[in-house]
Design a protein around this ligand. Structure first.
Ligand code: KG4
Ligand code: ZN
Length: 338
């Protein structure tokens, strides 16, 4: 069985070809970072138009890399929720058109669940039941995942997502877009204990998150208490210390909550996905914690952490269970099980 996966939820146009044994035959990703950089963030309308221009060439690339023709595709999978609605619509429309034209089943996949499922694809063995932690630009959520298509939300951010905080703090520090990799590079030269930034919601038995207070604390550390505008700090030790201390605060919170979720549920597997999971300091801290907890940690390689279409392989599980989508499938911007 050959599956075609399509991802257009934000600013990555991606198409993958995989099979029902979860082998990836092609995983093509066209990033729009260069287009959005000059705006300092993703512009939804621009993203949707870029998906329109790029989706068919990316589809051709994926088929060529996989050395298959469209006629050999047995099932079409698409991330239909959550994301930017105009961006999602491009992928959903293309997937419906392909499923109709090829007369093959259509499967709708939730992008957030797919970030966890990327761990299953990368591990090439069962990872369920597990705790799932998604840390991306739009979401920071903990799930109890008893089975590959059952995701029960344990807690989510009440304001900014972790990746969003990285992007906003990078902007405050004058480090550009996208913020995550820029902060990680800057933090490598800094002291993570230089600034005592807040770790929110830690004192309670909570599994939800808040990162907006942390962002504001960095802002005030840069410009002075209560002052929210001014030039970014110049390159140097202070800027590196600010980046390192911010990054450490995010890591401490994510590690503590993941540990809490493992203990609360008694589960011994942790699967982590989303763009922020590309952060090497976070990966190392999660690995330390997992070792202390005698838990198994699953984090995909970097290319499967950030947005891609191979993670749509959750569709294989859905297809097996007969969980197919109809041709009136809609793009749903807010989180909803697909
Ligand atoms: O999962 P993703 O590619 O897209 C969404 O679904 O949102 O995540 C993008 C987010 C961005 O906020 C980006 O700054 C962050 O992931 N990110 C990182 C790193 N690489 C990407 N954050 C921290 N460290 C990184 N190395
Ligand atoms: Zn994502």
């Amino acid at each position: 069985m050959l599956f075609l996966g399509i991802e257009t939820s934000c600013d990555e146009t991606a198409v993958a070809v995989f099979d029902d044994a979860l082998r990836i035959h092609a995983n093509v990703i066209a990033s729009q970072t260069d287009i959005h950089r000059r705006f300092g963030g993703v512009v939804p309308e621009v993203a949707a138009r870029a998906h329109l221009q790029r989706l068919l060439p990316v589809l051709d690339d994926a088929l060529n890399q996989a050395k298959v023709s469209l006629a050999q595709i047995d099932c079409v999978a698409v991330h239909s929720t959550p994301g930017l609605v105009g961006a999602l619509l491009v992928g959903v429309s293309a997937a419906k058109m392909l499923a109709l034209a090829l007369d093959v089943p259509l499967v709708s996949v939730n992008h957030i669940e797919a970030h966890i499922y990327a761990c299953r694809v990368a591990a090439q063995r069962d990872i369920f039941p597990c705790i799932g932690l998604v840390v991306s630009g739009g979401h920071t959520s903990l799930f109890h995942c008893p089975a590959p298509v059952r995701f029960e939300l344990l807690g989510a951010t009440t304001d900014d997502a972790a990746g969003e905080a990285f992007d906003k703090v990078a902007h405050i520090l004058g480090l550009g877009f996208p913020g995550g990799p820029a902060i990680e590079r800057e933090a490598a030269q800094g002291n993570p204990r230089a600034y005592a930034f807040p770790r929110s919601f830690m004192q309670h038995d909570r599994l939800d998150f808040s990162f907006s207070g942390l962002k504001t604390a960095v802002l005030y550390a840069v410009h002075g208490q209560g002052v929210s505008t001014g030039p970014p700090p110049p390159p140097g030790q202070r800027r590196a210390d600010l980046a390192a201390s911010f990054q450490q605060a995010v890591i401490d919170v994510l590690v503590a909550k993941a540990q809490r979720a493992l203990r609360k549920t008694g589960l011994t597997r942790l699967a982590v996905g989303g763009g922020v999971a590309a952060n090497r300091a976070l990966r190392a801290a999660l690995a330390d914690m997992a070792q202390r907890e005698n838990a198994e940690l699953f984090i995909p390689p970097l290319a499967l952490c950030t947005d891609n279409a191979a993670m749509a392989a959750q569709a294989v599980e859905k297809w097996r269970l007969g969980l197919l989508a109809s041709l009136d499938l809609d793009a749903v911007p807010s989180y909803r099980p697909a």
